[in-house]
Write a protein that binds this ligand. Sequence first.
Ligand SMILES: [Zn+2]
Length: 103
Amino acid sequence: MLKEMDHRYIDEHSVAQRYVGNALEPQERVEFETHLVDCQECTDRVLLAEMFHARKAEEDLPLRARLAARVKPWQMAVIFALTVLLLTAIPALLVPVLLRWLH
Ligand SMILES: [Zn+2]
């Protein structure tokens, strides 16, 4: 018979967090799932850990991927157009200045 998990153990060993992150030992997992069936408190712990886990997963995404997810296609087009404009305008402005400086 498995030793029953108590809340002290669950809190001290971050069991709910590790359960969500799939980081529990197989036996710990079985014990926790057995406990979870009857425990509203731990169900809440898992839900909270899931929310935290989802947010953390989002934070781990590269910045560009997160920005791309937020930027709409037409905004991308505007940013692209501005970038092209700047990249062509800067040399166009600098070349005459450089030529004058060289003479
Ligand atoms: Zn519990």
